[in-house]
Design a protein around this ligand. Structure first.
Ligand code: CA
Ligand code: CA
Ligand code: CA
Length: 265
């Protein structure tokens, strides 16, 4: 089982040759992979899924997801139990959620979330225990929170956070204390900090930092020592540094760096 994958960006040269730009499946593998970027004949497949064990002979195309010259454009690789989850477009179903074990036969679309040629555009793919969670648009509910364990039965919209066809547009998924913290808009509180454990009951607003419909725009998520550090705005303090442990009591401004309503961060 090969654990190394390349995301290949092909710059097509006049001679029909291209250059790899590649990133690894994890930060730990990235330096080794970057040292093995090669010039290859590339125009036959477009931008597709490759793997490498660090040797030239062991660097091969896994699967031509979008057959021929059109590109499958795989993106956002996340590893769960020896499989990589990612988004890709096979040319028939649009951008949907895929997974691979590193073999052509073991590379498949998990579910056509937005049925037919439109894509659901899975984004912000993040690992949570034995599954991934992400934002996707099924064409009915708008862009909402989805999770998948790699099977069709185990792939579902967790909750329609912004009820109806408008999307809550969840993003910045960051794992803290066994939950994913993210930013979303439920149509009532504006763009605020949310959390999910992958279940409907376990998905909730953490804290309405800018009270009411106005947005606090949580962003710049960083995880440190079981805490989320992030940037958020309220009208009393301006844009400042906040922290959260995933609970409402554990979510507060770290310091009003620029005293009063002026921005500090
Ligand atoms: Ca589709
Ligand atoms: Ca919705
Ligand atoms: Ca608000």
């Amino acid at each position: 089982m090969c654990r190394y994958f390349l995301y290949v960006t092909v710059l097509v040269l006049a001679a029909g040759l291209g250059c790899f730009a590649c990133t690894g499946a994890s930060a730990a593998t990235r330096p080794a992979l970057l040292s093995h970027c090669l010039r290859v004949e590339s125009t036959a497949w477009g931008l597709e899924l490759w793997r490498s064990d660090g040797s030239s002979g062991g660097t091969v195309l896994v699967r031509d997801i979008n057959p021929g010259k059109p590109s499958g454009r795989p993106y956002q690789f996340r590893e769960v139990q020896n499989r990589l989850f990612f988004g890709a477009n096979d040319g028939l179903h649009g951008f949907e959620l895929w997974s691979t074990d590193g073999t052509a036969a073991g590379t498949r679309m998990i579910m056509d979330i937005n049925e037919g040629t439109p894509g659901s555009f899975p984004a912000g793919i993040a690992v949570l225990d034995d599954k991934v969670c992400f934002g996707a648009d099924n064409g009915t509910h708008g862009r909402e929170l989805w999770c998948s364990n790699g099977s069709v039965e185990g792939t579902d919209m967790v909750v329609d956070i912004f009820p109806g066809p408008t999307g809550s547009n969840p993003r910045y998924f960051t794992q803290v204390n066994g939950s994913l913290l993210f930013e979303a808009d439920d149509g009532v509180h504006g763009r605020e900090l949310w959390r999910t454990d992958g279940t409907r009951e376990g998905t909730m607003l953490v804290y309405d930092i800018q009270p009411g419909r106005d947005n606090s725009w949580p962003s710049n998520f960083s995880r440190i020592n079981g805490l989320l550090l992030f940037r958020a705005t309220d009208s009393r303090h301006g844009r400042e540094l906040w922290r959260s442990d995933g609970t409402s009591e554990g979510t507060y401004m770290v310091k009003d760096l620029n005293d009063g309503p002026a921005d500090g961060f």
